[in-house]
Design a protein around this ligand. Structure first.
Ligand SMILES: [Zn+2]
Length: 394
């Protein structure tokens, strides 16, 4: 371990307004930004093989793992015994793990939050569990992900200013505890993913999370507190949890330009293709969302002309691909008619093919975003992308 070197290297090489393009180098390879990260909840990006994620069709450079889910099942012992999450799942590219904070918060009445952490009942076996900054860092070290998230608390989008402030302050205290525990774990070799890489420390990276819901004064305070502690990257949490779109974009417009310019900025859990493009325009570098995979399993395709529901009878004899502007292997080979038939027959291939196309569409959109920022055409890309989407959406 070389503590004098950074765990990540982030280099910006083009700007267009607030939009940025660059390269984030992790111990598991380089990632061009802005980037979309497919979500691999329980050690799998549902409905797609790792070979496909690596294929030129998709070329996903980083995926997510969920600490909460992996901790409950199969458990830390199994993953540690396998030598970490990369080895356990057979993925040699970059991995980011969330802290479990959002998942336990989503349990609603089933959890109890205190200064110390969050107590809840496992959805797997009903056992009483306790998640805290220290436990979350320990689990994430055992998973050996390349990017670790601090343990945070969310609030409901309709919470009062007072309640939001209390929660934001708790998140700030948890962030400090997260960093302390994280540093101890790195120093004692608990990270299963440690590896020697030229120019990097080889250890895990830790991102802080800015909370504060739709209150700009609290977001600014949260940003200040988080930057004061100091992290390898900064995330914006607690958005896309039921508030109006204008609230999210308002927060981004206010906060993103004030975030450290030299660090990656990650908008958690967002969003639709148009959300991604609009958030890049406001200065965001990293995204994750379950939409392409989850909607793929329920018969919904994202296309350059809006959403397409494969169940609709209008596609029964339609020989066109899902998206005529998409070059993915599903669109090159299969018709809407066939995909509809598979879906209506309950064939698992329907989910697999729709998931593949949706991920290809999200990842390809981000490729287009990056290229246009680099070539100076991002405003034009953004305008045309939005016009196309609204032209023929369902
Ligand atoms: Zn396609």
């Amino acid at each position: 371990m070389n503590p004098n070197k950074p765990s990540l290297h982030f280099k910006l090489d083009a700007h267009s307004g607030e939009a940025r393009a660059g390269v984030l180098t992790t111990r598991h390879g380089p990632i061009e930004t802005p980037v979309f990260m497919p979500v691999g909840t329980g050690g799998t990006v549902k409905g797609i093989r790792f070979e496909e994620l690596e294929s030129t069709d998709l070329d996903a450079r980083i995926i997510l793992g969920n600490t909460y889910h992996l901790w409950l099942r199969p458990g830390v012992d199994v993953i540690r015994a396998a030598g970490g999450l990369h080895r356990f799942i057979g993925w040699d590219r970059a991995l980011l793990t969330d802290s479990g904070g959002f998942q336990v918060w989503s349990l609603g009445a089933l959890r109890k939050i205190s200064e110390e952490g969050t107590e809840f009942r496992s959805h797997v076996d009903g056992s009483l569990r306790f998640l805290s900054p220290e436990v979350s860092m320990e689990v994430q070290a055992a998973l050996g992900s390349d990017i670790v998230m601090v343990f945070d608390e969310c609030v409901r989008s309709d919470a009062s200013h007072e309640e939001t402030e209390r929660s934001m302050e708790l998140t700030a205290r948890w962030a400090r505890r997260s960093k302390q525990a994280f540093e101890q774990l790195q120093a004692t070799g608990a990270d299963t993913g440690y590896q020697e890489v030229e120019g990097l420390s080889g250890t895990q990276a830790l991102f802080g999370i800015i909370q504060g819901a739709g209150f700009h004064d609290l977001r600014r305070k949260s940003l200040e507190r988080t930057v004061e502690i100091g992290f390898d990257g900064y995330a914006i949490g607690g958005l896309s949890v039921g508030e109006e779109k204008s609230v999210m974009f308002g927060v981004l417009e206010d906060i993103a330009p004030q975030m450290p310019k030299e660090s990656p900025r990650y908008l958690m859990g967002v969003g639709t293709p148009e959300d991604l493009v609009e958030s890049v325009a406001r200065g965001v570098d990293m995204f994750d969302c379950v939409l392409p995979t989850r909607n793929g399993r329920t018969g919904q395709a994202f296309t350059s002309r809006g959403k397409l529901n494969i169940k609709n009878a209008q596609w029964t004899k339609d020989s066109r691909p899902l998206d005529e502007s998409c070059g993915c292997s599903v669109c090159r080979r299969h018709s809407r008619s066939y995909l509809r038939h598979l879906y209506m027959s309950g064939e698992i291939l329907a989910s697999i093919l729709l998931t593949h196309h949706n991920l290809a569409f999200f990842l390809d959109t981000m490729r287009g975003v990056r290229q246009s920022i680099r070539s100076g055409d991002f405003p034009k890309f953004r305008r045309e992308f939005t016009e196309r989407l609204s032209a023929n959406g369902e």
